[in-house]
Design a protein around this ligand. Structure first.
Ligand SMILES: Cc1cc2nc3c(=O)[nH]c(=O)nc-3n(C[C@H](O)[C@H](O)[C@H](O)COP(=O)(O)OP(=O)(O)OC[C@H]3O[C@@H](n4cnc5c(N)ncnc54)[C@H](O)[C@@H]3O)c2cc1C
Length: 398
């Protein structure tokens, strides 16, 4: 570790490793720090990613693939389900190996990667501008200077907060997550299908998932809205589901974590600081999937960081280009997904069940999305009113 770098990236999750690598590939000197002693562990994820969207960042390699998904099954409380094709090939990965590989690629691109090294604060100059990071590495305190600090320290990002970015989401836009890695699910597990289970009585303002991880093994998890988590905990809701569906399964691992689902922060940069991935709330505001989106955000941030440092100006004004790129690509789509989640939250369980039932009777493999929606509105005309906000985004009829 040197005493100064062009860029310090805090957090070696997928977003941090991609940001660090792209900065190094752009000719910058880069330090990537990770507070955990081992990159990738412990895993806090259901491990589903899109294959094609991942390809620019890492060669698709069987050593980190646990399952290849051919379809999604969306279930209602009555056990009826709709089978949907994935929008792109989906993989269930082993995040421990996946994250490790991404950090390895960063190291090979010239990034100094150090683990068991935690950011404790930001160094600021007299004008309040961030000029480095105070950190503790293997028990020793250091001050390391940088032109730009990239906050890739996940959903509880402190770096973004220290820099003055507004990162605290409202309770209604925060998922509380809990997951078991289970084995012994019996014949119930379909090794190429990701299951989603809807219904507020089993997962209020959220959903339950069963993502296969090979033979007889799956990530079985739940997210619930933090604003409705007062009646029971996410774990209690998940236990009820598992007792009902997998009474004889064993639990090999437990994961708990929260995910902001606001859509990306309005401001993701300030003088000398850029936030990426979960630290910038870039996860999907409906499903909370954030691995791919974080990597894309990290790449966008790195491109702007490289340009800013080359031109000698990394002020907020210049770094805002990153926010413009993000908003141009995702703002409309994510505001539609946000509205869709709010709409589902307002629906009763009976309505959700009826919708799943309606779609399960349609030959959706032969229909466009528009035709499916028209059929749904014909069966459930009141939904047209509920969907107004969503239609206003313009994306629903595309
Ligand atoms: C239960 C659950 C299930 C999920 N399932 C999926 C899924 O199936 N698919 C999907 O796409 N997404 C999923 N997500 C979301 C996904 O895990 C995140 O969006 C993704 O990990 C974001 O990557 P990141 O690099 O931004 O942050 P992280 O992966 O959280 O990485 C942040 C890193 O920063 C480190 N760090 C934090 N503070 C410091 C510090 N002060 N100093 C140094 N290092 C620090 C942390 O140790 C961590 O390694 C799930 C999340 C949860 C909680």
């Amino acid at each position: 570790m040197k005493s100064s770098y062009d860029v310090i990236v805090v957090g070696a999750g997928p977003s941090g490793s991609v940001a660090a690598r792209r900065c190094a590939e752009g000719g910058l000197s880069v330090l990537l720090i990770e507070k955990r002693q081992e990159i990738g562990a412990p895993v806090r994820c259901a491990e589903a990613i899109g294959q094609d969207i991942t390809r620019p960042y890492i060669d698709i390699n069987p050593k980190w693939i646990d399952a290849r998904i051919e379809s999604y099954a969306v279930h209602n409380l009555e056990g009826e389900h709709v089978i949907l094709p994935p929008t792109e090939p989906t993989l269930i990965v082993n995040r421990k190996v996946f994250d490790w590989e991404l950090a390895n690629l960063a190291a090979r691109a010239g990034v100094d990667v150090v683990t068991r090294t935690q950011a404790e604060g930001l160094i600021k100059d007299d004008s309040g501008r961030v000029i480095g990071v105070r950190l503790i590495s293997l028990g020793k305190r250091h001050e390391v200077l940088a032109k730009i600090v990239i906050a890739a320290d996940g959903s509880e990002s402190q770096v973004a907060r220290w820099a003055g970015l507004k990162t605290v989401p409202p309770m209604s836009d925060y998922y509380v997550g809990f997951q078991y890695l289970m084995v012994g699910l019996g014949g119930k597990l379909k090794p190429t299908i990701c299951e989603y289970h809807l219904g507020h009585s089993q997962a209020p303002h959220g959903y339950i998932w069963v993502f296969p991880k090979g033979e007889d093994c799956a990530n079985v998890g739940i997210v619930i809205g933090a604003d409705v988590a007062d009646k029971a905990t996410a774990q209690e809701y998940l236990d009820r589901f598992c007792d009902k569906h997998y009474p004889h399964a064993s639990i090999l691992g437990v994961v708990a974590g929260g995910i902001p689902i606001t859509g990306a922060l309005k401001h993701m940069v300030t003088d000398g600081v850029m936030a990426v991935g979960d630290a910038a709330h870039q996860a999907d505001p409906l499903t909370a999937g954030g691995i791919n989106l974080g990597m894309i955000g990290a790449e966008m941030a790195a491109e702007v960081a490289v340009k800013a440092i080359r031109t000698g100006d990394w002020s907020t004004r210049v770094l805002r280009e990153y926010e413009h790129h993000w908003n141009h690509r995702f703002k409309r789509q994510h505001s539609a997904l946000y509205q869709l989640r709010k709409m589902i939250n307002r629906m009763s369980d009976d309505k959700i069940s009826a919708l799943v039932h309606t779609v399960s009777t349609l030959p959706i493999a032969e229909m466009s999305l528009g035709e499916v929606l028209i059929a749904v509105f014909r069966h459930h005309p009141l939904m047209l009113i509920q969907a107004q906000a969503l239609i206003a985004t313009g994306l629903i009829l595309k």
